[in-house]
Design a protein around this ligand. Sequence first.
Ligand SMILES: [Cu+2]
Length: 110
Amino acid sequence: MLPLRSIQAWALLLAALMPLPALAQSVVEVRIAGYRYDPVEVRIKPGDSVRWVNDEKRTSHSILFPAEGGRESERIFPGESWERRFDAPGRHVYRCGPHPEMTGVVLVGD
Ligand SMILES: [Cu+2]
């Protein structure tokens, strides 16, 4: 059995040595206006999030991932936003549910 003080010392040491990915996670913004995602393609690291913001005057949109069985956001109304975190590296192609011609890409890599 380790004495309590040495366990505490180890815990402190581990905490000090931990990298800071939890704090380094960032959120990248994609604006939606004129029936387009801007920017069309964003690059993020695993664990980062993308936030889509609807800047339209009156049109609502969504974010739909065909490769994930059509997983789709709620409808995003003007002034609203929707956020999703990406853990899996790769090329995540998405489109708008009601406007299939609107497409975008989230590139998740190291
Ligand atoms: Cu749309």
